[in-house]
Design a protein around this ligand. Structure first.
Ligand code: ADE
Length: 239
C-alpha cells in the first residue's frame, strides 16, 4: 500500500509554512515566540496544532505546536515537511539528569535515545532500541548562539520518553550510566525524521526540572522569562 498523501491534520497550503520552522509542545510558548516575528499570521489552528508564519530579521520563519510525545510531534513534523519545511528546530523543555543545571538553563541534544517500545511497553517491558542525532549544521549553530548569549548550557545525548508518568525506579540510574544528560519526549522522533525525510533538525531544551537535584517543576509562567531569552537563541540559529 502507498503512503498516505497528506497533510491531513494541518490545514495549510504549500507556501503557508516557511522552510525554517521552530516547533514546541506548548501552544503558549509558540504564541510567545510568534510575538518576536515580523508580521506573524496564523496559518493553521486545526487539531490545536497552531502555526504562525512571519519573518525574523526579514527571513521567513514559522512557529508550530507539535503537541506532546512522538505520535503527535512526528505527525506534525511529517506534515510540515510535506508543506515545504527544510529546517526544524525543537524548542522544548527537559528534566535535567546531570547536576549543576538550574531552571531555565539549556540542554542542547547531540543525540537522542528512544526509550524503547513506546508508552505501552514502557509501562510493561522493554523492546528494541535505536540511535538518532540532530543535523550537525543546526547543532553547531545552536551551540554558537548559546555561547554568544552567555547562557549556562550542557551538550550531550538525551533520552526521549513516551510516558511522562511511568514509574521506573531504575530510570535515572539506567540512563545516566549511559551518559544521558536529560529526559524529554520528542527529540528521537524528530531526529529520526530528519534522516528519513531529508530535514535538517536540532533542538534546544530549557531545563524545567531535575531528576538528580531538588529544583521543583517550573510552571509555564515561571519559564516565560527564560523562553524570551532562549527563543532569541533559537531564532538566531535558525536564520
Ligand atoms: N520535559 C520536561 N521535564 C520532563 C521530564 N521530567 N520528563 C519528561 N519530559 C520532560
Amino acid at each position: 500500500m502507498e503512503r498516505l498523501i497528506g497533510p491531513i491534520h494541518i490545514k495549510a497550503k504549500k507556501g503557508d509554512v516557511a522552510e525554517r520552522v521552530i516547533v514546541a509542545g506548548d501552544p503558549a510558548r509558540v504564541e510567545q515566540v510568534s510575538k518576536m516575528l515580523e508580521n506573524p499570521r496564523v496559518v493553521n489552528t486545526n487539531r490545536g496544532f497552531i502555526i504562525y508564519t512571519g519573518a525574523y530579521k526579514g527571513v521567513p520563519v514559522s512557529v508550530a505546536v507539535h503537541g506532546v510525545g512522538h505520535p503527535s510531534s512526528m505527525l506534525v513534523v511529517e506534515e510540515l515537511a510535506m508543506l515545504g519545511a527544510k529546517v526544524v528546530i525543537r524548542f522544548g523543555t527537559c528534566g535535567a539528569m546531570v547536576k549543576g543545571l538550574k531552571i531555565g538553563d539549556i540542554v542542547i541534544p547531540t543525540a537522542a535515545a528512544y526509550y524503547p517500545g513506546g508508552a505501552f511497553y514502557q509501562y510493561l517491558k522493554e523492546a528494541v532500541c535505536t540511535a538518532t542525532a540532530p543535523h550537525f549544521d543546526v547543532l553547531k549553530t545552536l551551540v554558537e548562539e548559546t555561547q554568544k548569549a552567555g547562557v549556562n548550557y550542557v551538550l550531550g545525548p538525551v533520552v526521549s520518553s513516551d510516558a511522562f508518568y511511568a514509574e521506573d525506579p531504575e530510570f535515572v540510574k539506567k540512563w545516566t550510566s549511559r551518559g544521558i544528560v536529560a529526559v524529554e519526549m520528542e527529540c528521537a522522533g524528530l531526529f529520526m525524521l530528519g534522516a528519513m525525510r531529508n530535514l535538517k533538525t536540532g533542538a534546544l531544551l530549557m531545563v524545567s526540572d531535575s531528576l538528580v537535584e531538588e529544583l521543583g517543576f517550573a510552571s509555564a509562567e515561571e519559564l516565560r522569562e527564560y523562553v524570551n531569552r532562549a527563543s532569541k537563541i533559537v531564532l538566531e540559529a535558525l536564520i
